[in-house]
Write a protein that binds this ligand. Structure first.
Ligand SMILES: *Cc1c(COP(=O)(O)O)cnc(C)c1O
Length: 484
């Protein structure tokens, strides 16, 4: 067999490749520089869908064709890079992150373990997070895809710590674990119960008060009732910033109850916990530092480009016992590439993992916590502004107090009620999205459909919110007229 004259999968013509790469970088930068322009969301057109509905290719594309197909995707994001994206909880990303992604991709590091740069960058990020949230020196952490996976990791440690680590091999068998979260808690918590074999039904949903915060008397009652039934309560999940309204559970009280009852205290701080960076809000999030585990995202309110989240564990030893097994081929060493222990693989379910840490490091190092906190604060001020505008206008009705960065309200100016009013508000949101004007989302509060405006967007400015309200009112009147 003769030697293949090609250069493996590397370019045969590096100067042509450089040219293509530079042009593509410029296209990406243009897209980012023009984040404010044009439509918020542009549906993926039929011809683009067709371009991504092709049979498995035997032969590869030319460099020019591949590059053209990549560039053609740029207009079709979800819209979260636009200043009038207000849906769900999406971060808006930064151009600066592109630089870190280029370097990470060029290094192509596998951050599951071994002794190399990515491992030390991730440790730096975890140490910063420990400091940010007031976790002790010995606390451990792991960068993951997002809060959903962070929650699975955290609750696995909590589960194994409660039942004894032998269940890692023996399985759950006769365990009857139960846990507690508010009725407003994110679905990822019940899903983690499901994934961990505890069962989503074993997550008790505790009612909330008028501010959508967990009712701690009801929590105490639920724990007592479960103990009386011979069940095994093991975790209280507090939310710092709920998805529906931005409410934060009374974390200090939850930490106290967990301590008194010998339960694990987990905090879902996906976006809200970062509001700790806002002067004046520290007290609300102070007790995050008492959590046994914390799950949160970098890709929401810290605007790291998707995806990146984090789990922090107060007790490194428990964390490691829940995940560590080092078969022969992953054995630790004092020297050489197998040094640099402990490895990330000992703290989570993944062995091979990308270099997410670099873009997180770059975001925090590049902007600093003060600057990042100012953007968070700006969003809170904007939410309050929107809430005040809505409250002062008879055509709107505020649906929940503005606790942080989310404003839920309804357009009531068309004189509709009940199911017709629900349908109208849902229709308004869909039209705003389809017209490319803005992208809020909807939720239900007190059984009623509402327009939900979430502000985790560093590009949003007050005129964007004024425009949003004006458009809602005019679309609302038009839509009501059509259905009347
Ligand atoms: C977004 C969110 C989650 C899930 O986080 P992902 O990063 O999407 O996995 C969990 N909890 C809350 C409160 C959230 O806002």
């Amino acid at each position: 067999m003769t030697d293949d004259p090609r250069n493996g999968l590397d370019p045969e013509d590096w100067s042509a490749f450089r040219e293509t790469a530079h042009a593509l970088l410029d296209a990406a930068l243009d897209k980012m520089q023009r984040a404010r322009e044009g439509r918020v969301w542009t549906p993926f057109p039929a011809e683009m869908k067709a371009a991504f509905d092709q049979p498995l290719p035997e032969a590869g594309l030319s460099g020019a064709d591949l590059s053209a197909q990549l560039e053609a995707l740029l207009p079709y994001g979800a819209g979260n890079t636009h200043p009038r994206f207000f849906g769900w909880v999406h971060g808006s990303g930064t151009p600066q992150n592109l630089l870190a992604e280029i370097i990470a991709s060029a290094m192509n590091a596998n951050a599951g373990g071994r002794d190399h740069g990515a491992i030390y960058v991730e440790r730096q990020v975890i140490r910063w997070c420990r400091e940010l949230f007031g976790f002790p020196e010995g606390a451990s952490g792991l960068i993951v895809s997002g809060t959903s996976l962070a929650t699975v990791v955290a609750l696995k440690v909590a589960r194994d710590a409660r039942l004894g680590f032998s269940i890692r091999t023996a399985g759950l068998s006769a365990a009857r674990l139960v846990g507690y979260a508010s009725a407003e808690a994110h679905a990822c918590n019940a899903r983690a119960f499901d994934i961990l074999g505890i069962g989503a039904g074993a997550l008790r949903r505790i009612p909330v008060n008028a501010r959508f915060e967990m009712d701690t008397d009801a929590l105490r009652g639920a724990i007592r009732a479960d103990l009386a039934e011979g069940l095994q309560p093991f975790v209280i999940i507090g939310t710092a910033g709920t998805v529906n309204t931005g409410a934060t559970d009374p974390l200090t009280e939850l930490a106290d109850i967990a301590a008194q009852s010998g339960l694990w205290f987990h905090v879902d701080g996906a976006f809200g916990a970062l509001a700790r960076l806002v002067p004046g809000l520290e007290a609300r999030f102070e007790a995050v530092s008492r959590a046994d585990s914390l799950a949160f995202d970098f890709h929401k309110w810290l605007h790291v480009n998707y995806d990146a989240g984090c789990v922090l564990l107060r007790d490194e030893a428990l964390h490691r016992r829940a995940f560590s097994d080092r078969p022969d081929y992953l054995k630790a060493a004092e020297r050489g590439l197998a040094a640099g222990n402990p490895w990330p693989v000992e703290y989570g379910p993944e062995l091979s993992r990308g270099f997410r840490a670099l873009k997180v490091w770059s975001q925090i190092a590049g902007f600093g916590t003060k600057r990042l906190g100012e953007e968070i604060e700006k969003n809170c001020v904007q939410a309050a502004f929107l809430g005040a505008k809505v409250s002062a206008d008879a055509r709107f009705e505020l649906s929940a107090p503005v606790a942080l960065n989310i404003c839920c309200f309804r357009y009531v100016g068309a004189g509709l009620e009940g199911a017709a009013l629900d349908a109208l508000n849902e229709e308004i949101v869909v039209r705003l999205q389809e017209l490319g004007i803005a992208a809020p989302s909807t939720t239900r509060i007190g059984g009623r459909a509402v327009i939900r405006v979430n502000l985790t967007n560093h590009r949003t400015q007050l005129p964007d919110l004024e425009l949003l309200l004006a458009e809602i009112a005019s679309l609302g009147d038009a839509a009501a007229g059509e259905t009347a």
